[in-house]
Design a protein around this ligand. Structure first.
Ligand code: NAD
Ligand code: UGA
Length: 435
């Protein structure tokens, strides 16, 4: 099938490359000329394991191409995916739909022949209706169906999540569009991916419900981790012990510094605004948001306490800056709140991340960045392990300890066994176990 993808960001690029890999003919479009130039020059502008190779292979065989010129690609496409950003609006936390509506207007002007317009971006209930209205207003004669097809991939594991999804959700009331979507996903369905066909508004709500539930699951285990610290229980074993219950499941029970990223924070807020609009209260989601915000701020207190009550004039080395490993994405990373609070307390910050430093520089001021974790720790009074990159979970602890001025190791991901850190002479503060 001929597919046009609008927005060559994390989701657009991964979706585009994966649909090409499945055999479709895909054009990825972005209005950012630098991004498209980079892709045309063979450089994938985001860090996502496996994406480089997949993009290169599909460009080579002519199934994947890039352009800033939306009109011809949309005109020729049977399926047009909208994969632009829907960030939280600063004013009220609602999803900013200006990019989605902008894309819809551009599609309306270009579309020719029967076209299925697919919203891959995460959008509030009713957005599909609004896109349809925009298209009908601009081009009353256009033969289009607007379909919701939310994306559930995780950054850092995006290719695997896309190619072997737990499910594909398609929301449309239009039977012809349903057949087109079944054909689009046929290669995955043939390999066993469940495809759930439902209504458009239901599909839009499924996406927010899934993200809110996962955010709540993480927040729940984080609260239990706090209790573990008080009652001298061990959070890793508690998580294992409950996760083995197949009704609960072991995944997303890793206690940490609070969830971050470009999606959970904004999507939980947007869901709350939708509920508010309809006079419904989602108290569990409200609490999830406020408990997680408070947790991110509380992580600095952990560091301050480990350093004896003050960080004034001390140096803290933060290892790992991105919101999770295997991505360069710094959006809503818990490291940002931690560093801000430590700087307010008078600490000097050293920082290292395997892939996120370029983005981190745009978010952080007065931070000394180091390409090497041991240099980052040199002279530091404390090291904080913030993101569980593989490389940061297998450090030479003797070397690290030797480089530091102090002995405090704050392991916010419980990446190292406590005994191992103690053996190397560290004072250890972790998550969910008594100090
Ligand atoms: P992103 O910011 O990485 O990429 C969006 C891209 O769209 C940018 O490159 C921007 O230049 C481009 N763009 C905006 N308007 C355009 C237009 N009119 N024409 C062409 N290009 C345009 O965003 P993302 O992280 O890929 O997220 C996209 C959507 O997918 C969001 O709604 C998000 O909630 C959802 N989502 C993201 C993830 C994730 O892991 N990042 C996972 C699932 C769903
Ligand atoms: C999340 C969802 O997992 C995806 O299904 C969804 O498609 C995506 O949001 C989205 O809508 O954009 P992502 O944010 O990329 O994916 O990454 P996650 O692996 O979910 O991690 C999010 C945050 O939760 C990270 O800060 C991570 O450290 C934290 N987390 C995750 C935990 O603290 N504990 C866990 O057990 C799992």
């Amino acid at each position: 099938m001929r597919v046009a993808v609008i927005g060559a960001g994390y989701v657009g690029l991964v979706s585009g490359a994966c649909f090409a890999e499945m055999g479709h003919e895909v054009v990825c479009l972005d209005k950012d000329p630098a991004r498209v130039a980079s892709l045309l020059g063979g450089r994938v502008p985001i860090y996502e394991p496996g994406l480089d190779e997949m993009v290169r292979a599909n460009v080579q065989v002519g199934r994947l191409s890039f352009s800033t010129d939306l009109a011809p690609a949309v005109r020729d496409a049977e399926v047009v995916l909208i994969a632009v950003g829907t960030p939280a609006r600063h004013s009220d936390g609602r999803a900013d739909l200006s990019y989605v509506y902008g894309a819809a207007r551009e599609i309306a002007e270009a579309v020719a022949g029967y076209t299925v317009i697919v919203t891959k971006s995460t959008v509030p209930v009713g957005t599909g209706d609004a896109i349809e209205r925009i298209i009908r207003r601009h081009r009353p004669e256009a033969r289009v169906a607007v379909v919701s097809n939310p994306e559930f991939l995780r950054e850092g594991a995006a290719i695997g999540d896309f190619m072997e999804p737990d499910r594909v959700v398609v929301g449309t009331e239009d039977s012809r569009a349903r057949a087109v979507m079944a054909e689009l996903y046929r290669p995955l369905a043939e390999r066993g991916a469940p495809v759930l066909m439902t209504g458009r508004r239901t599909s839009e709500l499924i996406k927010y419900t899934a993200n809110a539930f996962l955010a709540m699951k993480i927040t729940f285990i984080n609260e239990i981790a706090d209790l573990c610290e008080s009652v001298h229980a061990d959070i890793a074993d508690v998580a294992d012990g409950v996760g083995l219950d197949s009704r609960i499941g072991a995944r997303f029970l890793q206690a940490g510094p609070g969830y971050g990223g470009s999606c959970f924070p904004k999507d939980t807020l947007a869901l709350l605004r939708t509920a508010q609009d309809y006079g419904v209260s989602l108290r569990l989601v409200e609490d999830t948001v406020s408990v997680n915000d408070a947790r991110k701020r509380a992580m600095a207190r952990k560091v301050i306490e480990a350093l004896g009550g003050s960080v004034e004039g001390l140096t803290v080395a933060v290892l790992g800056l991105t919101f999770k490993p295997d991505t360069d994405d710094m959006r809503e990373a818990p490291s940002l709140s931690l560093i801000d609070a430590l700087q307010r307390g008078g600490a000097r910050i050293h920082a290292h991340d395997p892939a996120g430093m370029e983005q981190a520089r745009q978010h952080l001021e007065d931070v000394a960045f180091f390409a090497d974790p041991y240099r980052c720790a040199a002279g530091a009074d404390a090291v904080v392990l913030m993101t569980e990159w593989q490389a940061l979970c297998s450090l030479d602890l003797a070397l690290l300890r030797e480089a530091m001025a102090g002995v405090v190791f704050v392991d916010l991901r419980n990446a190292y066994p406590e005994e191992q850190l103690l053996r190397h002479g560290f004072f250890v503060s972790g998550i969910g176990s008594a100090p």
